[in-house]
Design a protein around this ligand. Structure first.
Ligand SMILES: NC(=O)c1ccc[n+]([C@@H]2O[C@H](COP(=O)([O-])OP(=O)(O)OC[C@H]3O[C@@H](n4cnc5c(N)ncnc54)[C@H](OP(=O)(O)O)[C@@H]3O)[C@@H](O)[C@H]2O)c1
Length: 236
């Protein structure tokens, strides 16, 4: 049984949790990683109850020590690693503190470097593995009021693209999924209740997860770097 590491797992109706559940049904032993133990435990108990294998690992994606310890837990069967941490950080530049900008970058981009580095350090010697990153509309364009998040997501995308080119020859498939719009999950529905009444304008979590599974299953003679996912209503 191969192992998957998925970091950035929160509520059940969120992308991280649903990625964990799907890859467990695909037969992988999932290390469910994030900062909030209760949320991780809930995902693990659902997976185990459904007959799958999973372990909760409390880890902060911005911590080098936590990231190394997380990958050490995966052992030699590491098959898939997904970097999903990266909550939106709104704010105008004129009012923004240096610390706020730096913290945004640490979670969205720097954590992706730590995670990607540890993944390839373990996958390259085996000559196989998939490393996927979650992107957003921000990965492709700047937007007023979101400069910290936009610049960090763009950095993460470029890092992923560089890694895709650097490690393809070693048998490592690196991919990036642009989630272009709001996800129809718990976060948007609780923070912006008016959005819940317009479900058709929220991206289906199941559809995004399908994209990750598609990338992971691509054969080495037909790899994609990037997939973008949006609703039929999105103006882009
Ligand atoms: N929600 C959207 O509408 C939307 C739209 C486009 C793209 N995206 C992208 O999709 C991904 C998932 O978003 P989501 O909203 O659905 O959230 P989610 O997958 O439900 O949860 C992600 C979880 O990551 C955890 N996290 C945050 N910082 C972390 C850190 N430093 N270390 C470890 N874990 C951390 C948070 O949980 P704790 O706070 O409990 O640690 C958060 O709940 C993100 O990369 C986001 O940028 C989201």
């Amino acid at each position: 049984m191969g192992t998957a590491i998925i970091i950035g797992v929160g509520p059940d109706q969120g992308l991280g949790a649903q990625l964990c559940k799907r890859f467990a049904t695909e037969g992988l032993n999932v290390l469910v990683a994030g900062r909030t133990k209760a949320a991780l435990d809930a995902v693990v108990s659902d997976i185990v109850a459904a007959g799958g294998r999973a372990t909760a690992v409390v880890a902060d994606a911005t911590s080098e020590a936590d990231t190394i310890a997380l990958f050490d837990k995966a052992g030699s069967d590491l098959e898939l690693a997904i970097y999903n941490a990266g909550n939106n950080t709104a704010g105008k530049i004129i009012d923004m503190t240096a610390d706020y900008f730096e913290q945004s970058w640490r979670v969205v981009c720097f954590g992706g470097f730590l995670f990607g580095r540890e993944a390839v350090r373990r996958m390259v010697p085996k000559g196989a593995g998939t490393l996927l990153f979650t992107g957003a509309s921000a990965s492709l364009r700047g937007r007023s009021g979101y400069g910290a998040f936009n610049s960090s997501k763009a950095g993460l995308r470029t890092l992923a693209q560089a890694m895709a080119k650097e490690y393809a020859g070693d048998g490592i498939h690196v991919g990036h999924v642009v989630v272009d719009g709001a996800i129809g999950g718990e976060k948007i529905k609780t923070r912006f209740p008016e959005a819940a009444s317009r479900e058709e304008r929220l991206i289906s979590i199941e559809g995004i997860v399908d994209g990750f599974v598609f990338l992971h299953k691509q054969p080495p003679r037909a790899w994609s770097f990037e997939l973008d996912v949006r609703t039929m209503h999105e103006k882009w």
